[in-house]
Ligand binder design. Structure first.
Ligand SMILES: O=C(O)CCC(=O)C(=O)O
Ligand SMILES: [Fe+2]
Length: 342
């Protein structure tokens, strides 16, 4: 691929496996190319029920149409686990407000109260916040979505493992037991958040493994694949999910896989955009070993700007906590002033 000709590949997940169950070599080649060259692709045939994505997006719109006082019953500042509702313009990326409001949610588990001082990431575990009275349909729809996304995330990681000539179950151990996924139900607005300007969400790479994004038909997502200098749009494809890779996969493969930088432009004034990013992530205490690459892939690895014994791989939970603290400094200050110091 020559610079500035980035196209976002579309892969058909329903053709990923052959009738006897192993991955199709064509699918694996497409997946490897997309994950290495672009770091972004779209998938169709990923197994959602008919109408499931549309129904979820419609429910999300209904939530954000509720009066602010209803939405504020889920105020994320109440949650010590970085869950719940973040008001318009209060999330920060690259030091600037984002023109979006959202609900963050993760697996519903009991909070951990006594964790070792060097494992503060356990504070991320706990209960979600949902509009149980105003919109009781939202929770089951969002949790059912997370279930589908978890299967897709697992299947894609298996495909990625095979594409790196690893056993299919290479990542099963860190992901198998209590994966710490996170879903976001997001509403972008145009022309409302002055401090955001045209920033829907500022440019960033995702910190984890695999992100699965459902976006509506509005558009605005743009990406900067490795070796390119111009932002490429990820056009909405009806029935498709957008997939991108996170920094832990990039670091674990010495840059063979691309954690591609992306951003979302705020929609034009008066236009709303809804999306559901889902971050498929391992256990909070997962430690990821560098991936042994076969020589022909190692030769194509771009390397990473950080130290190769990158402490990033040492703990997924610490990475996630760092990301959550950065995005929500108000939550951190309120519940964990001592972490702010660190
Ligand atoms: O909403 C989108 O299209 C992408 C959002 C995103 O990149 C993120 O939340 O990490
Ligand atoms: Fe992202």
């Amino acid at each position: 691929m020559s610079p500035d000709q980035a196209t976002i590949p579309v892969l058909d997940m329903s053709a990923a496996r052959q009738p006897y169950g192993s991955f199709s070599p064509e699918f694996i080649d497409q997946l490897r190319d997309a994950a290495h060259n672009v770091g972004f692709f779209q998938i169709t045939g990923y197994g959602a029920a008919p109408g499931q994505a549309e129904e979820l997006l419609a429910l999300i719109k209904r939530f954000f149409d509720l009066p602010l006082e209803e939405r504020m019953k889920l105020d994320n500042r109440i949650s010590p686990h970085f869950r719940g509702y973040t008001r318009m313009g209060t999330e920060v990326t690259q030091g600037r407000a984002d023109a979006r409001e959202q609900i963050d949610y993760s697996p519903e588990r009991e909070p951990v109260h006594n964790y070792p001082a060097d494992q503060p990431y356990w504070l991320l575990q706990g209960h979600n916040m949902w509009p149980d009275e105003a919109l009781p349909e939202l929770k089951p729809a969002a949790m059912a979505w997370a279930e589908v996304m978890s299967s897709v995330g697992m299947e894609l990681l298996r495909g990625i493992s095979v594409s790196l000539e690893l056993p299919e179950d290479h990542f099963d151990e860190p992901f198998g037991n209590e994966p710490a996924w996170m879903g976001k139900l997001v509403h972008y607005v145009g022309g409302v958040v002055e401090a955001a300007g045209n920033q829907g969400v500022g440019s960033h790479a995702d910190y984890g493994f695999v992100t699965l994004l459902l976006q509506d038909e509005v558009g605005g997502l743009e990406v900067l694949p490795p070796g390119t200098t111009e932002w490429a749009p990820v056009e909405p494809v009806p029935g498709a999910l957008v997939v991108n890779l996170g920094e832990m996969l990039e670091v674990a493969t010495e840059g063979f896989l691309a954690a591609t930088i992306h951003r979302v432009k705020a929609p034009p004034p008066g236009v709303d955009r809804y999306s559901v990013p889902f971050f498929w992530s391992p256990r909070l205490d997962a430690v990821i070993d560098p991936v042994p690459l076969p020589p022909e892939l190692k030769a194509q690895a771009r390397g990473i700007s950080d130290d190769p014994s990158n402490p990033m791989l040492a703990s997924f939970g610490l990475n996630m906590l760092k990301g959550r603290m950065r995005a929500h400094p108000d939550v951190t200050e309120r519940h964990y002033p001592e972490l702010m110091q660190r």
